[in-house]
Ligand binder design. Sequence first.
Ligand SMILES: [Zn+2]
Length: 287
Amino acid sequence: MLVTTNDMLRKAVEGHYAVAQFNINNLEWTKSILLACEEKKAPVILGVSMGAGKYMTGYKTVVAMVNAMVDSLGITVPVCLHLDHGDYDACLACIEAGFSSVMFDGSHLPIEENIAKTKELVALCHEKGISIEAEVGAIGGEEDGIIGRGECADPAQCKLIADLGVDLLAAGIGNIHGIYPANWEGLSFETLEAVKALTGDMPLVLHGGSGIPDEMVRKAITMGVAKVNVNTECQLSFAAATREYIEAGKDRQGKGYDPRKLLAPGAEAIKQTCREKIDLFGSAGKA
Ligand SMILES: [Zn+2]
C-alpha cells in the first residue's frame, strides 16, 4: 500500500537523515528504484513530474503500475507516490487518481495566490489522507541561462506557507534543477538556517539534488533537510550505460537488440545511482 510522506519524514527529521525522492519515467525506472530501495531497506518517495505523468499515458496508469509492481516485487519498504511540481489542476488529478502525496508548486505565483491555492489543497489532501508539499522561492533550472546561484526563499514567506498546514516544504536555498553550471556559488546555508529557525520540525526538501557536492548535501541534512530530490543523476547514469552498450556494438551481437537486454545496463546503472544516494542521505536500514 502506498503511504504518505508523514511517517517517513518525521523519522528522518528525528534521526537526522534524509529520504530520497527518485523521479520515475517508465517501468524500468520504477523497477530499478524499488529494487534498490528494497535491497537497502530504505523508505522511498517516487516522484512523478507532470511531463512524466503525461509520458506514461496519465496518472491513473502510474498509480496502477506502481501499486502492482510493489505487490509483484514483494516490496516491503514504505513507498510514497508523489506528484513533483504540480500545478493546481495536476494536484486535483493526482488526488483523484490515487497518489499518496502531491507537491503544489505555486512558487511562480504572487504570494497571496500561492497561499490561497495552497490552503485549498491542504484541506482537500488532508480530507483524503494525502500529504502535501509546497514551495517557496522558485527553484530554477539550467534553461534560465547564466546562474550564479538559484533563488533563495524569503524565510518569512516560508513561515507563512508552513503555517497553512503543509506537510513538507521546499525552500529555494540556491539549488537549481538539472546540471549545475561551473560558476554556481553553492547552497545558501544562511537561508536554510533562517528557514529552519522559523519552521521548526517541518521537514524541508532539497530539490535539484543531482550535482550538489556530497559535503554540502550532508551539511544540509544535518540542518533540517529531510527529503532530497534526485532526477537528473539517474537520467545521466542510464544514458551513459546505454550509450556504452550501443557503442560497443552489443545490440548487434546475438539478440542484443532485445529491449530486455538493451535496457538492462541502464536499469542496472539507475540501481547503482540509487544505492549511492541512499548511502549519502543516510536512509539505508531506516525502512
Ligand atoms: Zn524540483
